[in-house]
Ligand binder design. Sequence first.
Ligand code: NIG
Ligand code: FE
Length: 401
Amino acid sequence: MKTLWQHCHVATMAQGVYSIIEDAAIVTSGALIEWIGPRNQLPSGEYPAVNDLQGAWVTPGLIDCHTHTVFGGNRSGEFEKRLQGVSYADIAASGGGIASTVRATREATEDELFASAAKRLKSLMRDGVTTVEMKSGYGLDLVNERKILRVIRRLEKQLPISVRSTCLAAHALPPEYKDRADDYIDLVCNEMLPALAAEGLVDAVDAFCEYLAFSPEQVERVFIAAQKLDLPVKLHAEQLSSLHGSSLAARYRALSADHLEFMDEADAIAMAEADIVAVLLPGAFYFLRETQLPPMEALRKHKVKIAIASDLNPGTSPALSLRLMLNMACTCFRMTPEEALAGATIHAAQALGMADTHGSLEVGKVADFVAWHIDRPADLAYWLGGDLDKRVVRHGVESSL
Ligand code: NIG
Ligand code: FE
């Protein structure tokens, strides 16, 4: 059915800038945008349904391109410890950190994981998110990684949101493989990835390249296994130290390299040449009280596309609002509100391999948008979270939560 949406201004985010249309109209036909432009150029015709957006600012639906939404338990106890001076690396070394979430996730049933993740996901959705990526990575064996990935698929079926599912089996070394990292990588490459891909549970493959996780050589083996299965790759790289994982990701034409505080200019050049997206995660930067900033100057100089995501996870970024991350990207990383919004729309879509269909408001793309009752687009990065007055449209249909 054809629907007309009018009395609004639009920031289309085409080409990664606001690309504003004042006094705009949008025509949707089913799930797609059929026409968009200034209202005075609207083609005359019959519109069976007309929506008055009352002067709202319309943006693409927000895209959170890096989350670990499905997990058991939480780690507020570790948060308290870190405030007393214990570091994230020390906590990880003494059996806490990711390992403690792995224990809680293994103990949880699929239904329990679904229920807790759905609550967190609804919080992101109430803030205008219409597409989300979710990773496994707290199961670390076939049965438990499968359990998480099945929950991710079920969330997409039961909630009005588009989902990309990423297998992050190479997130940490499970306790049963202590001191046998290469054997665990064998398991990931030879058994876990092929089985999970065959079950249709995986859209992309990620790994954690870090001295307290996996080496570039081990990550490369995961990338090769993923590519044999025709799955795109992405990487947690340069979060705590520089192993040049971002350059490795560029060599494998990854969709994105994520975190990146410790990357250098050569990494930025490699990423720009391969056109892979730099996903910055200000929530983790803030929550770990990191002081090393991602190299914004090099990223801008070499025109690396930048996305912003919540990294929603229990250890380093218990972030339930993507808009709050836009604010942090501006305050912590000195991004402009326009760059930040591109980071949660068109560049986030590219980080998920969805830029042809999502992330900007253009003819032929999917009609996922939010009509915000705000004064200017910059307001989206200005308010620190909160529940802004808005209407959310997904696949051409207004959705309510
Ligand atoms: O993206 N860096 C690795 N993974 C997560 C943290 C996971 C955790 O501490 O539970 C991240 O920050
Ligand atoms: Fe992460």
